[in-house]
Design a protein around this ligand. Sequence first.
Ligand code: PLP
Length: 285
Amino acid sequence: RTVYLNGEYMPETEARVSVFDRGFLMADGVYEVTSVLGGRLIDFDGHTVRLQRSLDELEMRSPISREDLLEVHRELVRVNEIDEGMIYLQITRGAPGDRDFVFPDPETTAPTIVLFTQNKPGLADSPAAKKGIKVISIDDIRWGRRDIKTVQLLYPSMGKMMAKKAGADDAWMIEDGFVTEGTSNNAYIVKGNKIITRALSNDILHGITRAAVLRFAREAQMEVEERSFTLEEARTADEAFVTSASTFVMPVVQIDDAVLGDGTPGRVAPRLREIYLEESVRAAV
Ligand code: PLP
């Protein structure tokens, strides 16, 4: 695989980053994951806008322009022959040459930028989407700035492991009785014809897929309510689903021991998945 590191394309085995990089030492960095369908980028603009916001919130400078970033994404898709898959992009604060809690001077320490591809044939035609997934509930013990897409992913990673050990596919995180989001996705329930999802705040990541799916839902005259919902409410919902750049719209058929509806994906989530895939592929770049 060819990867991109600080302005250069190289084989993955040749890419080297300093041991003093603050991404490595302090999880001081941000990332984005953009999916590729039919060799084109889904929601590229949304991801670059959020990337810039994450960088701004952490007082980091972008080492690359939007135009160059698009070019790097396209070049990696081309050289690695990605038809369906993902592009991972990470920017860390760089390597000041020693370990220090204080941010280094941006004049002397350049950020480290890495991009690589993940080939995932069959990404859109996922068997999991036809069956639906099972989630467990876990406490949300993450920090208070979940709106910034940082590389601090230890707790979400532990959450996925807890789910795996429990025989489930993922975990929904609960704070004060309310569902915040999934380990790597936004969470939704459906009651009657109403789609309910937590409103945007610092408590959750502002999903790019969430924004698109809510827009498509409203355009299709579906009712959307942006408000918090409890785990109890979710357990008795008609349907549930999650959204993310890498899974699009994924139906949830079980939450802990509560089976939703008849235990199959239902009406709303599969329809939204269909609309999302159709519309986002049409708008892909
Ligand atoms: N919430 C969390 C915690 C995530 O990590 C992600 C994606 O990685 C999402 C939500 C979904 O965001 P997006 O739709 O932009 O992929």
